[in-house]
Design a protein around this ligand. Sequence first.
Ligand SMILES: [Zn+2]
Ligand SMILES: [Zn+2]
Length: 805
Amino acid sequence: MIGQPTREGAGERLLARALAAPGRPERVTHVERVPALPGRSAPWPAWADPELTARWQAAGVSSPWQHQCAAAEHAWAGRHVVLATGTASGKSLAYLLPALTAVREGARAPSGREATALYLSPTKALAADQHRALAALAFPDVRVATVDGDATMEERDWARRFAGYVLTNPDMLHCSLLPGHARWAPFLRALRFVVVDECHGYRGVFGSHVAAVLRRLRRVCAHYGAHPTFILASATVSEPAVSAARLTGLPVIAVTEDASPRGPLTFAMWEPPLTELSGERGAPVRRTANAEAADLLTDLTVDGVRSLTFVRSRRGAETVAMTARRLLGEVDPALSPRVAAYRGGYLPEERRALERALVSGELLGLATTNALELGVDVAGLDAVVLVGYPGTRASTWQQAGRSGRGGRGALAVLIGRDDPLDTYLLHHPEALFGRPVEATVLDPDNPYVLAPHLCAAASELPLTAADLDVFGPATSALLHRLVSDGLLRRRQAGWFWTRRERAADLADLRSTGGSPVQVAERGTGRLLGTVPPAAAHTTVHEGAVYVHQGVTYLVEELDLAAPSALVVRADPDWTTQARDVTRIRIAGTTRTRSWGEATLHLGTVEVTNQVVSFLRRRILTGEVLGEEPLDLPPRTLSTVAVWWTVSDAQVARAGIAPAELPGAAHAAEHASIGLLPLFATCDRWDIGGVSTPMHPDTGRATVFVYDGHPGGAGFSERAYETAATWLQATRDVIGDCGCAEGCPSCVQSPKCGNGNDPLDKPAAVRLLTQLLAGSTEQLRAAPVDPALDYGPTPARARPRAGANT
Ligand SMILES: [Zn+2]
Ligand SMILES: [Zn+2]
């Protein structure tokens, strides 16, 4: 349904053009018109360094926005604060104002370094941006240093001795600054502020690691008598204060009201049409999102509109660009070269050349992966096409916000892919445009993550009883285990690291759990790529078809000890799909609640998974050509799960016959996994599920969803907390889907180990209805509220104000 335009803008005109072709208007499921808003400013705080504010005023920032001021005031008063506002709302001014004011004051003290600040970013590129922004402010008395993996010994030495403002990342903190804290003592002793930028990036297992690193930092600072104030910057998410408190281990205040101005944005939700083809088990097949994107890119380019198309995969970016070039060639051969692909894996020179061509206008359209997300600022874009939901609300606005110019408006189009999450968003746009339901989750108590950091902490400074509070409730039991494992020694004064190796090497912040499997070509020995260990059994077993950069290989041998897989070049007309058997055992229940006769639980589980065979399927039709057994060992995962049960009476009331129950539970499980990323910042590949008509540990029909990482990552916990809304959305996405028997948009899953069999779509809806009937909980999704921050401030649509760095 298309609403009436509320305001004329470039976005409206471009949308009208895009809808001019036959069949197009029916594809648009919703148009959100994000109105232009004026900014609301506040006076500079009285404590702010006048030279600093003068520098900003000279750069065009006459006064700060209200949210910048509110966050800065909290920080200056020593209250930990998280600023969760939209892309380009000037979050950096909010932390630079207190941090630089303090550092400059400290520089005037006799010691020359009474106050310091530490800035942490998840990526090197972002830290480099920040360094440039600080250099542009040009204060000779603020000594800035970037300490990352590229810094030379001399640079690090200079930073330790003189820097007042240090830019680094959690990895460096973990492996260099904290283990060598004694040499950083003068800097740490004076530490007033810790800035944690893009903190929504610290999620899942990585986020849990960073939480432990920040606790180690706080402890080492306290040793030197410093108690820095934390300032966090986040994208708009649900409950930012809760996430920030989990990350830092401190009480944190949230500032969420975005007072920066924005230009009008027309945001269309686009559903590809059904085709004549049929897919797995006769499911209807939609035209691919890539094909739709190539059409839109072609039309925009013909009209001379500068645009970016964000594609989820490297291969997708190539496909979209190639298709658009071919289509353009049919219209006017001169237009073909004005479209290109951009992705990771290109040489730096190639990337720079593409960026220059886009900025100069020589290139009109670029199909890109999120490799372009940070760093490159492209002015003068009128349209952005998103191929598939980027996975988080934050990335959606980051990408959509790249268009718009001089307040004249811009167009964003989100083309849904054929999966439950995208389909849900296309039909429930309030989940994207209303109050956020997605929260950044992490689990600072994960024992698998915390244990190596306790060793690292003990090697930095012996752990004492007082430190138990810093590292949380799991610490005491873990220390006991580390002592009995011979990693730590218990003495009168506390727990000590006495081994010769570096304790920090025990934890790998960005690990994927074990060594990745190397995929190499037989004969040449050429390394093609790596596969995460968790995916090895299903993707590179003997006989598997392995695709790398569009080239197809067959796996000849999987060596689990090495671990490596040998492949040979081949062009089979089939694909392979592994089949596995998963058993789940409940190890402990931590939380339980009832919804009438149904029950909901959070706890620890042991998941045993064994890949037992694989199917060969013809590429075009999906027809099964045969099944071959595999001899792979079972693997066990101890993790956290959420599970729900229904009573036999509920099953009967739902009109589900015993033979239908496995298909109903299995279908509900698949769809719920597909939708969880809307509530917890995870990927559907980060979680797994098991459903059964009768589980021995519960004695009832039970559906489990578990974190796919040892010890858990916080996803199941978030699922437990938002269960009513999450499972309601699950029921809606199945019930609303137009297919008859189930399709990839609702209950079919690309990662199903049972070949999507059995699945019973109508019975799943009835089962979920019974489950939810007993719930009296408030749903979390709120209606669209125009007064609330939407996130986007198209970067070029705002006047020069508020430091946008
Ligand atoms: Zn469907
Ligand atoms: Zn399945």
